[in-house]
Design a protein around this ligand. Sequence first.
Ligand code: ZN
Length: 240
Amino acid sequence: MRYAIISDIHANLEALERSLGAIDEVGVDEILCLGDIVGYGANPNECVDLVRKRGVTSIIGNHDCVACGKSEPNDFNPMARSAILWTRSTLSRDNKDYLLDLPDKREIEDLLIVHGAISDPDKYIFSEGDTLREFELMQNRNICFFGHTHVRVFYVLTNDEIRGFYDDGLRINKDGKYLINPGSVGQPRDRDHRVSFLIYDDERETVEYTRLEYDIASAQKKIIEAGLDRRLAYRLSLGI
Ligand code: ZN
């Protein structure tokens, strides 16, 4: 099986369309999304519609939770809060119901997919230290994909040693355990503005990252026209 793993679309339709177009060129068996389909960007309905239409297998992210009314934005900063409340008022009832029904983690074959972490969907994995508990919780599984930080990275546990890597890809070794973040489609925060996702091939046992330019100017224009905080538009060009 060949999988495309995408995450943190954040209502950025231009970035999502660009990613799906490139994924179609490669050809995959299944597309998995690690949550945060909406929030920050100007096209929440269009992005949820497209994810549904394309049969993407998704889980719920913290922004999706607030957008559909499953939780409140108590721990959101003011910019994120105002954007998510706008998103909540903009999303159709049908799209809210779709988000409400998404699980917060899934097992697909021998893969685990989570939004933030296995121990807590809202936890950020930023360093090797943050992965200790998560590797324990993986038990006998050897690959877990996570998102939430919007930073492309993977952590490898071999021989009781954990190391983080920012390489363009990796080869899966059956003796290792892997926590892998595909980066963000719609709001990358690793100082690279290009969309980020990955292709995982379980027969070749490879993970290959992709970064692509997309029509940022259109996404930014829509954010400003929607009356959302302008900083949400500017940050897209900076990759922060
Ligand atoms: Zn996110």
